[in-house]
Design a protein around this ligand. Structure first.
Ligand SMILES: Cc1ncc(C[n+]2csc(CCOP(=O)(O)OP(=O)(O)O)c2C)c(N)n1
Ligand SMILES: [Mg+2]
Length: 796
């Protein structure tokens, strides 16, 4: 009996000791994180880094949150979350500082290879081919982004994936992606950023769909200098959201209020609240109040300018680390001395790791500097420029914090003023070598670079046809295509407005929800931004979403997340992440100011990093879908809005044939003039070409097929060499996509050398297309315009 009691006591003591050590470990991370903030700011103020933004004041709530973040879970957050990232071992102190210095070496700075500002973390989601790695045995941080609330839309997809996986069951092919849908997406956002539209749209989408999302609002009362009274209804996001609160048998989310300095209270609440999200998939919002910001918003300003002395005093007293220390002492978990020692050790550790990061960053630059000095010291200057050369050498030699830019500038100027040929040659050689290195450092990963994951390496398989091909409506071809696709692959999903039950507004998916299931083909609310975000998140989790924008004109609503997040994702994560989603939409001329847009200039300029496909008919569209789905890259496919009821020949290999991206097709051979265009415009051009042939003018018509990438093999140039005349025709505004094509062919391909007459563009007007058939005729290029301009060109 006595020994049993002894054992119980011993066990209790052990578990107390275990608990105590856990808590002290958290305290240590809090102190490390605070020191990171303090030293980080100094690094900026002394000029070693350009800009700094830190998580001081948010340490303790992030430690509580990190306790319940499991392997397999996802995080989508913003720049305040260094403590969370440190606690989950998503980032090391050294990596943190490497990012602060913008170290482009991915070995030192793996989160973005120097491309993102500090505190923007990304763990590895894909291998070098863009293929998703095992995501269930690691803690996953989705690449953050700076636009406020920009982290919200994709979080919808990251959370939705769990619900999809759970409902689909756990097929073998998803085993590295999910553990029966038990993964939560943790989202963080600042109080002021909840004013943004993306926040509200995402909260609604999560609440409607009942997906496992845990949203943490760090409420420090300010968005830079603007206080809550200008940001949030009732100055409280939890109050404002009350109507979203879930009740029995309703959708909605659970709402909790926490205090940022209350370590024990937060841990206790989160333990049950997070478990509930995991098991029930009911989303929750944690309104974390009384958060402080000891150093102000960022290194760009000081908060003394806008906070009252009272507020500043309150922030000092309610600093969460200070409160945690008081709590530790009050509860006899540690003595003051022990805690002071932890603080001292933490400071020392951060100092050392920071120093190491700086040395690592500087090392290759120092080597470049000494090599350049070595070369220039041997150089003799052109007569009269000796002082310039000596000045260059001196400037670089005395530069205490030289950058790659300083090295390149000095070397380039040195080459121009140097005389001795052998030294000049050596300098040029070194300049070229550094250019190559810098290209790798700053320009890689715009797309997946590994052959097997790139859409550009998908082999072309031509469409084949029966001797007497079967003629079908365009929409029927797509419908058959999607039916075969969903039978063939279990990782493809499609969703959008009116896409599920009725099978999209043009019947591409008609009948397919009933056949393939409402978890794979489904309706969404009218919320283009989060439809796109949903696609990004699902793709990040290894699924292959086809996310629909009902009409191209409405892409604008979804453009923010496509441009800021998807288009930059692979690049800004240094190749660590990729989201091969397909955006499907329909556009170009029809009738109506918002149903006939073709804003391709806007699209190609804002979406570099996404393939932009502009098929002329539905068969070509199917071939592009096949190509994209064989790659690990994202693509936008714009079907012709006026093409669904046009008859096309049905290929016999609908699921297999591929359309190579960036390879234009000569759709009509001709001798006198090259006409370059795409999409719905081509049918009007064919009509005009027929008319022109009656006038004795032979047109060669080229369909570019994709705008990004554009004519990789210079097929257009070959045509121009033959015809010596060229016109670019599109429906976009003047200076839009036509100007882009013009620039590519004239400047990049050197087309100007083969011109007999001035090259032209023929475009839509400067305003949006007016309604009705006449509106279309007078707003967009029509056949008569084409005949007139080409006739003029022929008589020039
Ligand atoms: C779309 C957008 N607008 C403006 C900014 C500039 N900006 C950066 S942070 C910030 C304030 C954010 O405040 P809050 O959401 O409360 O987060 P906190 O910094 O206080 O943690 C602003 C206006 C931005 N990054 N993105
Ligand atoms: Mg704030």
């Amino acid at each position: 009996m006595e020994s049993h009691v002894q054992e119980t006591l011993q066990n209790a003591q052990l578990s107390f000791e275990h608990f105590r050590l856990e808590v002290l470990k958290d305290y240590r991370i809090a102190c490390i994180s605070r020191e990171v903030s303090l030293l980080g700011r100094k690094e900026v103020l002394t000029g070693k880094a350009k800009f700094g933004i830190f998580g001081d004041g948010k340490e303790v709530p992030q430690l509580a949150m990190a306790k319940f973040f499991r392997p397999g879970d996802f995080y989508s957050g913003y720049y305040r979350d260094q403590t969370f990232a440190l606690a989950t071992e998503g980032v090391s102190v050294q990596e943190f500082f490497a990012q602060l210095y913008a170290d482009p070496d991915p070995k030192n700075e793996p989160h973005s290879a120097g491309r993102q500002m500090n505190a923007h973390f990304a763990t590895q989601f894909v291998d070098e081919t863009g293929k998703t790695v095992d995501l269930i045995n690691r803690k996953n941080l989705a690449a953050s982004l700076a636009p406020t609330a920009g982290q919200m839309p994709k979080a919808v997809g990251l959370a939705l994936a769990s619900t999809v996986f759970r409902e689909l069951g756990n097929p073998q092919s998803f085993q590295h992606l999910t553990n029966n849908g038990s993964e939560i997406c943790f989202v963080t956002i600042g109080d002021a950023s909840t004013s943004e539209g993306p926040f509200w749209e995402s909260v609604n989408a999560a609440a409607v769909q009942q997906i496992p999302m845990a949203i943490f609002v760090w409420d420090d009362g300010y968005g830079i200098s603007v206080p809550k009274k200008y940001q949030t209804t009732k100055e409280s996001i939890s109050e404002a959201l009350k109507g979203f609160q879930k009740k029995e048998n309703t959708t909605g989310l659970d709402i909790y209020r926490l205090k940022a300095w209350d370590y024990a209270g937060m841990c206790e609440l989160l333990e049950t609240a997070i478990e509930k999200i995991r098991t029930t998939h009911t989303p929750a919002l944690f309104h974390v109040e009384e958060v402080t910001q000891p150093q102000g918003h960022s290194t760009s300003g000081s908060h003394e300018r806008y906070k009252t002395p009272d507020r500043l005093q309150w922030e000092r007293e309610w600093d969460c680390i200070r409160k945690m220390k008081e709590w530790l002492i009050e509860n006899a978990l540690a003595g003051e001395e022990e805690l002071n020692q932890i603080e001292t050790d933490a400071k020392e550790q951060v100092r050392k790791e920071k120093q190491q990061a700086w040395e690592n960053f500087l090392h290759p630059i120092t080597a470049q500097v000494s090599k350049v000095l070595n070369i220039l010291n041997q150089a003799q200057a052109i007569n009269g420029l000796e002082e310039t050369l000596q000045g260059l050498i001196h400037e670089l030699q005395t530069n205490r914090e030289p950058s790659r830019r300083d090295v390149m500038r000095t070397l380039y100027k040195g080459i121009t003023v140097s005389q001795a040929n052998h030294v000049k040659e050596e300098a040029k050689k070194y300049y070229d070598l550094l250019t190559q290195e810098n290209n790798i450092a700053f320009h890689t990963h715009q797309q997946v670079e590994h052959f097997s994951g790139s859409a550009l390496s998908v082999a072309e398989i031509k469409a084949s046809y029966e001797d007497t091909p079967h003629l079908m409506n365009g929409y029927e071809i797509l419908n058959r295509y999607f039916d075969q696709l969903f039978s063939r692959r279990n990782d493809v999903l499609a969703f959008g407005e009116d896409l599920g039950f009725i099978g999209d507004v043009n019947q591409g998916f008609a009948g397919l929800q009933a056949k393939h299931g409402a978890r794979r083909i489904f309706d969404t609310g009218i919320r283009e931004l989060t439809i796109m975000g949903q696609g990004i998140g699902l793709a990040l989790r290894g699924l292959r979403p086809i996310a629909e924008i009902q009409y191209l004109d409405y892409l604008l609503y979804g453009l923010q997340t496509l441009s800021d997040d998807l288009a930059t994702l692979h690049y800004r994560s240094g190749g660590r992440q990729a989201a091969p989603m397909i955006i499907r939409t329909r556009g170009h001329r029809l009738e109506g100011i918002w149903h006939s847009g073709s804003p391709l200039g806007m699209i190609i300029n804002s979406l570099r990093g996404i393939h932009i496909c502009v098929p002329r008919n539905m068969v070509q569209a199917a071939g592009m879908y096949n190509t994209l789905l064989q790659s690990n890259e994202p693509g936008l496919v714009i079907e012709c809005l006026n093409g669904y009821r046009l008859k096309e020949n049905m290929p016999t290999n609908l699921s297999e044939f591929t359309v190579p991206l960036g390879i234009p097709e000569v759709v009509k051979q001709g001798e006198d003039i090259t006409i370059v265009s795409y999409g719905s415009m081509l049918r009007i051009i064919e009509d005009a070409a027929h008319h022109l042939s009656l006038l004795g003018i032979s047109c060669e018509i080229i369909d570019v097929q994709t705008l990004l990438p554009f004519d990789r093999n210079h097929i257009i140039l070959e045509s121009l060499k033959k015809t010596n005349r060229i016109i670019f025709i599109d429906e976009d505004v003047p200076g839009g996509a036509a100007a882009f094509m013009f620039n590519k062919v004239m400047e990049e391909q050197g087309g100007y050398r083969y011109l007999d007459v001035a090259p032209r563009t023929l475009t839509g007007t400067d305003h949006r297309p007016a309604y009705g058939s006449d509106g279309d005729y007078f707003s967009k290029p029509n056949a008569e315009d084409i005949v007139r301009v080409i006739s003029e060109m022929m008589s020039e």
